[in-house]
Design a protein around this ligand. Structure first.
Ligand SMILES: Cc1cc2nc3c(=O)[nH]c(=O)nc-3n(C[C@H](O)[C@H](O)[C@H](O)COP(=O)(O)OP(=O)(O)OC[C@H]3O[C@@H](n4cnc5c(N)ncnc54)[C@H](O)[C@@H]3O)c2cc1C
Length: 228
């Protein structure tokens, strides 16, 4: 896969990355500024949470939200992932936005346009009831902005059944690729289509729940749904 093209160089306002979060390959594609990292996190829908138990790595997909300088995740109080992380196990969370398939003239130079974030750290449980409610609301709002105002709030029992963890964004990196394929000069005349097939997260047509009472319109935040 080609790793050569980049038009997203780092800027001088970037904080110095830690040695373990520093991007090695194509470091001109890296960014450590919070605004770059935040924008990717705010657009994504799914994170992948990596952690090790007795030397066995696990990587599980989860919903999430960014709450200021923290990434929050939630799940059943008894879930292994959350129980493990509460014990102070180091965690690695990734979020990836796939922006396009880069189809080159050579197999070697095929690539993808993407924006991704890696976060390293230790998560802590949010136990304060107000803060926990705010984090859960943030997850709902992250998935469907405007939704909280319409739905029933969690009961005390539902809150107890749910664990919420927060991971600081203090140690995080972004990496981005954009632009056309970068074929070798000698391959440019090959009779082979080359270019970029853009990809995006786009909603389909809303499907009303079968038990929905008559007369409830589809909210605007559903009909006009788009990621930021
Ligand atoms: C898009 C998406 C969003 C999700 N969001 C959340 C969330 O916000 N909160 C939440 O608690 N869960 C979420 N899940 C489910 C989550 O991935 C785990 O399945 C769950 O948290 C833990 O399940 P467990 O306790 O059974 O698994 P664990 O005991 O943690 O894992 C046991 C084994 O089950 C298998 N397994 C677990 N999860 C998956 C999976 N997703 N796919 C395939 N195999 C799996 C693996 O082999 C794993 O080793 C989400 C899943 C998806 C795909």
């Amino acid at each position: 896969m080609d790793e050569m093209y980049c038009n997203n160089g780092p800027t001088s306002s970037a904080p110095a990355p830690s040695e373990r979060i520093r991007v090695r390959r194509r470091k001109e594609r890296a960014a450590y500024e919070r605004e770059v990292i935040d924008a990717i996190l705010d657009e994504g829908l799914v994170c992948h949470v990596g952690f090790a138990v007795d030397g066995q790595p696990f990587v599980l997909p989860m919903a999430y939200a960014r709450l200021g300088g923290r990434l929050v995740i939630h799940g059943a109080s008894g879930a292994r992932l959350l129980r493990t992380l509460v014990g102070g196990v180091p965690v690695c969370v990734t979020v990836t936005l796939l922006d396009g398939l880069v189809l080159a003239r050579s197999a070697f130079h095929h690539s993808v346009n993407y924006r991704s974030v890696v976060v390293l750290g230790v998560a802590t449980e949010i136990t304060d009831e107000v803060e926990k409610a705010r984090a859960l609301e943030a997850i709902v709002e992250h998935v469907a902005p405007g939704r909280t105002a319409d739905v029933r709030a969690p009961t005390a029992a539902e809150m107890r059944a749910t664990r919420v963890l927060a991971l600081p964004l203090d140690e995080a990196s972004a990496k981005r690729r954009s632009g056309p394929p970068l074929d070798d000069e000698d391959d440019l005349a090959l009779p082979c289509w080359a270019g970029v097939l853009p990809l995006a997260q786009v909603p389909g047509r809303p499907v009303a729940d079968a038990a929905l009472p008559d007369g409830i319109p589809v909210p605007a935040y559903v009909t006009a749904y788009r990621r930021p």
